[in-house]
Structure formats: structure tokens, C-alpha cells
Design a binder for this molecule. Structure first.
Ligand SMILES: Nc1nc2c(c(=O)[nH]1)N[C@H]1C(S)=C(S)[C@@H](COP(=O)(O)OP(=O)(O)OC[C@H]3O[C@@H](n4cnc5c(=O)[nH]c(N)nc54)[C@H](O)[C@@H]3O)O[C@H]1N2
Ligand SMILES: Nc1nc2c(c(=O)[nH]1)N[C@H]1C(S)=C(S)[C@@H](COP(=O)(O)OP(=O)(O)OC[C@H]3O[C@@H](n4cnc5c(=O)[nH]c(N)nc54)[C@H](O)[C@@H]3O)O[C@H]1N2
Ligand SMILES: [Mo]
Length: 635
């Protein structure tokens, strides 16, 4: 049943997230009542404050059609571009760097292309636990004799398969990658023909790289000069080298610079634009590629077309038949700040759990509690829903039809296999019912009608029809017309930039926003574990998964546990300048001294109470992978 906050429930600002039964603060309501209540609250705020008073978070778990309608509702119903989603916390920095340098934010080659590669490089990704299918492809190739280079401050399972493992210091990616590029130049392994024909700006990069000698960088990143030179030689001289990267690269205040350095490395060696080469930022959520393409992103309309470009805007105004806001909207963390500052007072959140996934939760939760009107649409009661005025029960992917786009740019059809439980409704239907109550006259009877509108707005999928998806099961974009087979490997002839060439952007080496000091001497690295998904909303409800990993764990090097006199299994308290949690110690010899690894799925020890909300200036991604903490034996 839909739920509405009881009139006699405690004030939201006083909400204690440890409360036993969040349901008791809500009463059941009919769909009619809940939808009217949800829409009236939003409409009233819109009347009072205008478009800047509202914002929405969409979901990378939902289908392309649901995400498309969600952003359309925000842009046409709320009247602003204040719409964002978890991509901001994920690969936003990778996408900014890719768009800037090569004109496209998606992967250049599919994962299965490792079969054509001679060398595979993985950096900042715990691939075995977080991308097990991709990891399997990679492990098979290594077994067949290929070279695998893994670079990570933590030795995870994939490093066990590596032919070369660089166990470097966290936060020093740019220094390391710049030194590798320096060593490529020094060993005369630059692909001069590719650089001359396909790129701009190499000279500036070359002079920028001069001081980054392997010797100068060795002590900065803890990798000796010989290893840096060897990796440079292997990567540049292999017949085909492909790079995979994850959150260890993207989630830093210098995440965009980290990605820029990786892209430069691929360009200068000509390791892109052929089978088995290229750049593959591993996408995380099942549909984060698709929901980014249809643009649950505040600065762009579908297909990454800038909202502040008058020609683009005119096209969308014609398609959607109304004037649109010319100003880019706010991003996830900026929206939380705007709530605290009193600008934003109402939100619609579909399929995200920012009360667990945003950085510096004491701040984010205070913001959510301070909203005048919060509508949450989810498949479970979440920590975010506890702050809601109204909760709309939605459907999981098995309970609806829709298209999803995977990390390989492959658009696939999900077909309904089950009915939504109880009174839950499909997301598409809920979004449309709200839109209608906000004065938009929408009449989509089936996801295929939404998809056909998306094709008009997005050249990348113009050649993909719903019928084709039904027949083929999947089609890879770019796919410009119906005869186009789809293009798994791109950039073969030119880059989709105005000049057709890629541009080098030199990356300066800078540090994390908050470095360890005497008071907070440890580095906190947050991330994931195999058994749980993100904020635990779904997986902690799975009996089997929760049996395997039932309690919050903080991992440290075994020598460090001895040094601080803590046994594995003992509680330890972790404290940052922003908050504290207690978790159970685990020994992990893959970590380096001075580091603590904490997954962010445990509500009772929420890692994001500790993390720093400092942002990368280009992508506005927060620094989830590095902050300073202190630890003590816990109770
Ligand atoms: N089981 C499971 N699978 C998942 C998810 C899940 O929650 N659970 N989430 C999905 C999502 S949305 C995503 S985005 C992906 C994420 O998948 P990954 O990118 O693998 O995610 P993380 O565990 O956050 O961190 C990756 C690595 O970054 C390293 N790292 C830390 N600091 C640095 C640094 O300074 N430099 C470098 N180079 N590396 C560093 C860590 O040691 C870690 O090995 O996983 C997806 N798959
Ligand atoms: N400390 C720290 N924080 C992080 C990260 C980190 O590495 N460290 N990583 C960041 C990254 S990369 C990501 S992607 C984010 C993820 O952050 P979130 O997206 O907030 O996390 P999830 O737990 O995946 O939340 C998804 C929600 O969608 C709901 N849901 C699932 N399917 C459906 C559906 O079909 N319809 C609807 N309406 N709801 C549905 C689930 O119940 C769940 O509540 O976290 C970020 N936060
Ligand atoms: Mo992610």
C-alpha cells in the first residue's frame, strides 16, 4: 500500500534512524489519496517558490523509459534542470574527461573484446567482487597467456591473477600515470602516426610530463622506477591493450584528472579505435549507462546535449511542446546544500537511497529532514523513505517491461515475468500519474511509446526500434538507422568531436581534500563487498546473503591490528571530523599499513557518516575513496 506520514508522527528533524519500526510513523493510503497528496505538496511548493524550489533524483536501477519520463517530468513539470542520479557519485568524472577529450562518454570497446587484446590493464577496480562477469572474461584470457596489469592500493582477488601488480599508494594515480607516460616517451614508444593524424595538443602534454620521471615519482606512489618503465613498455608496445577502470579512479576530488591521464595514455600509444584496445570505465548499476544517456543529468538533455545550447533547447522545446529552463541544474551534493540553504524545499526521489549513499550523512540526512515535502518511490522501505511525507510502492525490474543499456552500450529488453506484489505499481505508471496531476497531459500506454519518443530525441539509438529489440533481444548503439548493425567498437576512423580529433588534457598532480594528520592519522577507503549491493536495501533482505555477511566489518592490515592491540572480530570505533561508527575488525593483508577499508552497505555503521563531501571541480563527484580518520578499540 502507499504510505502517508501520520499527522501525529514525530517531526522529521528529530527522526532517529535507529528506530525499531519506521512503518509506525506512516498510515496506509489509497493510490488516489497518495498520488493526490504527493502532487499537491509539489504543486504548492512550485506555486510558492517557482522551479528552483524543487528537485528530483531518478534511478539507475530503472529502465530507460522510466528514466526518460522522470527527467522529462522534472524539466517540464517542475520547470528546472534540477535532476540528477547516482552517476554523479560514480563515473561522473570519467564521463567529463571522456566527453572533453574524445567527445563520447561511453566505453570504446565491449568487455568481451579482451579476447582480441594482448594486454589488459585494470586500475581502481575490485573486479572480481563487483564485476564478476567481466572478471571471468578477463581471467580466461590471462589463463590463455595474456598480460594482466593491475594497479590498486588494495590487493584484491583480481590481483591474484595479474602478471604485474602495482600496489601503489592511494590518491597518487595522476603521478603514477604521468610517470608511465613519461616512460613511454623516454622509451620512444609514442604512436607518432596516431598522434599526428587523430589528436591535438600532444606537445603541451609532452612538456607537462617532463618532470614526472619514474625516479621522481617512485617515492610518491611507492612503485620503483623499473616497474613503471616496464609497465609503460608492455602497455605501449603490445599489439592491442585495453584499460578497465572503476571507482578507485573516479571517486576523488581529482577524479577527472585521474581519468584524463588514463585517456592520454591510450591516445599517445594509439591503443584505441581497434578491436582489443580502448577505454572501458566499468559501469556499476544495471542501467547507469542508459539512465545517463537519457539524461538524468542536470546539464544535458538526452544524448548529452547541453541545456544551455539554444539550438538544442529549441529542438527539445518543439518535441516537448513547452519552453525549457536554459540553466544547468544542480548536482546531487549541491542539491543537499541547496536544501540546507533553504532554496530547495521539495523533492521527488525514485529508486535511490541518498540517506545512505551520499557523503557526509549527518549533513545529507539533516537536509532530507528539513524538506517541506518529500515523495519517495521505491520497492522497499529505505532510510531515505523514513524521511518521506509519502511513499509510493513501485515495481522491480522483473515486474515490468523496459529497455536497459549495459556497460557495453548494448540496449536490451527486460520482459515482465511477475506481477508487482500487493498494490505496488509499475514505475512508469506512477510517474505518469504524478505528471498528470502536475498538469502535464501524458498518455503513454506502453513503454514502446516512450521508447519511440526517445528515438526522436537521441541520434545514438535512432536506428533501434522496439520491434527490433523484441526480435533481436539486444542492439548495440551507436545505431543510426534501421540497417545499421550497431557499433560495438567505436572511434575506428575519427572521434565524435567537432574536429574529428581527440585532444590531450594534461593532468596536474594534486592531493586528496583531507590528508591524514596527527589527530586523524588513518586513510579511510570505502567501497563494496561481493555479498551486498550498495546501501544494503535489497541484499540485506536476502537471507542467504545476509547470513554470509551479517555484520559491519572494517578491514585493516593484520600487522596494524596487532599494533593497535585489536583481534579480528573485535569492535573498533572509526571517527572522522564528520561522524563516527563502530564496526568489527577484519584482517586483510591486501591493505597497506595506515589504511582502513569499510563497505557502505551497513545501516548500523554507515560508512558515509565518515566520508568527506568535498567535490571534484569539473564533475562534482565527492571524494568517497579518501578521508582521514582515527580508530580506537570499540564497545
Ligand atoms: N557486489 C557488488 N557489486 C557491485 C556493486 C555493489 O554494491 N556490490 N555496485 C556496482 C556499482 S554502482 C559500481 S560503481 C561498481 C564499483 O566497482 P569498483 O570500482 O570495483 O568499486 P569499489 O569497491 O568502490 O572500489 C574499487 C577499488 O578502488 C580502489 N581504490 C581506493 N583508492 C584508490 C586510489 O586512490 N586509486 C586507485 N586507483 N584505486 C583506489 C579500492 O582499493 C578498490 O579495490 O560495482 C558495481 N557492482
Ligand atoms: N562511501 C561510499 N558511498 C558511495 C559509493 C562508494 O564507493 N563509497 N559509491 C557511490 C556509487 S558508485 C553509487 S552508484 C551510489 C549508489 O547509491 P544508491 O543508488 O542510492 O544505492 P542503492 O542501494 O543501489 O539504491 C537503489 C534503490 O533503488 C531501489 N530500487 C531497485 N529497483 C527499483 C525499481 O525498479 N524501481 C524503483 N522505484 N526502485 C528500485 C532499491 O530498493 C534501492 O532503495 O552510491 C554511491 N555512494
Ligand atoms: Mo556506481
Amino acid at each position: 500500500m502507499p504510505l502517508i506520514r501520520r499527522e501525529d508522527a514525530p517531526k522529521r528533524a528529530e527522526l532517529d534512524l535507529d528506530r525499531e519500526n519506521p512503518f509506525k510513523e506512516f498510515r496506509e493510503a489509497s493510490w488516489e489519496e497518495a498520488l493526490d497528496f504527493a502532487a499537491t505538496g509539489l504543486r504548492n511548493l512550485h506555486d510558492q517558490l517557482g522551479p528552483p524550489g524543487l528537485a528530483g533524483f531518478g534511478s539507475a536501477k530503472c529502465s530507460n523509459e522510466e528514466a526518460y519520463l522522470f527527467q522529462k517530468l522534472i524539466r517540464t513539470g517542475f520547470g528546472s534542470n534540477n535532476v540528477d542520479h547516482c552517476t554523479r557519485l560514480c563515473h561522473a568524472s570519467s564521463v567529463v574527461a571522456l566527453l572533453e577529450m574524445i567527445g563520447s562518454g561511453a566505453v570504446s570497446n565491449p568487455v568481451a573484446d579482451v579476447s582480441d587484446a594482448e594486454l589488459i590493464l585494470i586500475i581502481g577496480s575490485n573486479t572480481t567482487e563487483n564485476h564478476p562477469v567481466a572478471a571471468t572474461f578477463i581471467k580466461n584470457e590471462v589463463r590463455a597467456g595474456k598480460t594482466l596489469i593491475v594497479m590498486d592500493p588494495r590487493r584484491t582477488a583480481i590481483a591474484g591473477h595479474a602478471t604485474h601488480f602495482l600496489h601503489f599508494k592511494p590518491d597518487t594515480d595522476v603521478a603514477l600515470l604521468n610517470a608511465i607516460m613519461h616512460a613511454v616517451i623516454e622509451q620512444d614508444l609514442v604512436d607518432r602516426k596516431f598522434v599526428a593524424e587523430r589528436t591535438h595538443g600532444f606537445q603541451a602534454l609532452e612538456s607537462h610530463l617532463q618532470p614526472f620521471t619514474p625516479e621522481a615519482v617512485a617515492s610518491v606512489c611507492g612503485i620503483d622506477a623499473a616497474a613503471i618503465r616496464e609497465v609503460a613498455r608492455l602497455y605501449a608496445s603490445s599489439r592491442a591493450s585495453i584499460i578497465f577502470w572503476g571507482m578507485g579512479v573516479s571517486q576523488h576530488v581529482h577524479g577527472t584528472d585521474n581519468a584524463r591521464a588514463l585517456i592520454s595514455l591510450a591516445l599517445m600509444t594509439g591503443q584505441i579505435g581497434r578491436p582489443g584496445t580502448g577505454l572501458h570505465p566499468l559501469r556499476g548499476q544495471n542501467n547507469v549507462q542508459g539512465t545517463s544517456d537519457v539524461d538524468l543529468i542536470p546539464m544535458v538533455f538526452p544524448d548529452y546535449q547541453r541545456v544551455d545550447d539554444p539550438d538544442v533547447r529549441a529542438r527539445f522545446e518543439a518535441l516537448w511542446n513547452q519552453p525549457l529552463d536554459p540553466n544547468p541544474g544542480l548536482t546531487v551534493v549541491e542539491i543537499m546544500h541547496a536544501i540546507t540553504e533553504g532554496t530547495i524545499k521539495g523533492m521527488y526521489i525514485m529508486g535511490e537511497n541518498p540517506a545512505m549513499s551520499d557523503p557526509n550523512l549527518n549533513h545529507a540526512r539533516k537536509a532530507l529532514a528539513g524538506l517541506d515535502h518529500l515523495v519517495v518511490q521505491d520497492i522497499f522501505m529505505t532510510e531515505t523513505a523514513w524521511y518521506a511525507d509519502v511513499i509510493l510502492p513501485a515495481s522491480a525490474f522483473t515486474e515490468k517491461n523496459g529497455s536497459f543499456t549495459n556497460t557495453d552500450r548494448r540496449v536490451q529488453l527486460g520482459r515482465q515475468a511477475l506481477d508487482p506484489p500487493g498494490q505496488a505499481r509499475q514505475d512508469l505508471e506512477i510517474i505518469q500519474a504524478l505528471a498528470n496531476r502536475l498538469g502535464l497531459s501524458w498518455h503513454y500506454n506502453h513503454p514502446r511509446e516512450v521508447f519511440s519518443e526517445m528515438r526522436q530525441a537521441m541520434r545514438s539509438i535512432a536506428g533501434i526500434s522496439w520491434e527490433r529489440l523484441e526480435e533481436a533481444g539486444s542492439v548495440t548503439y551507436p545505431c543510426h538507422d534501421e540497417d545499421d548493425p550497431g557499433q560495438p567498437v567505436i572511434f575506428t576512423e575519427h572521434f565524435p568531436t567537432s574536429s574529428g580529433k581527440a585532444t590531450f588534457t594534461p593532468a596536474p598532480f594534486t592531493n586528496a581534500d583531507e590528508l591524514p594528520d596527527e589527530a586523524y592519522p588513518w586513510v579511510l577507503i570505502t567501497g563494496r563487498q561481493l555479498e551486498h549491493w550498495h546501501t544494503g536495501v535489497m541484499t540485506r533482505r536476502s537471507e542467504v546473503l545476509d547470513l554470509i555477511e551479517p555484520i559491519p566489518v572494517a578491514s585493516l592490515h593484520p600487522g596494524e591490528l596487532t599494533r593497535i592491540n585489536v583481534q579480528p572480530g573485535d569492535p573498533i570505533q572509526l571517527q572522522s571530523r564528520r561522524g563516527e561508527v563502530t564496526a568489527f575488525a577484519r584482517a586483510d593483508s591486501g591493505l597497506q599499513p595506515g589504511q582502513v577499508f569499510l563497505p557502505f552497505c551497513y545501516q548500523e555503521a554507515a560508512a558515509n557518516l565518515l566520508t568527506n563531501e568535498a567535490l571534484d571541480p569539473y564533475a562534482k563527484i565527492p571524494e568517497f575513496k579518501f578521508c582521514a580518520i582515527r580508530i580506537a578499540p570499540g564497545e
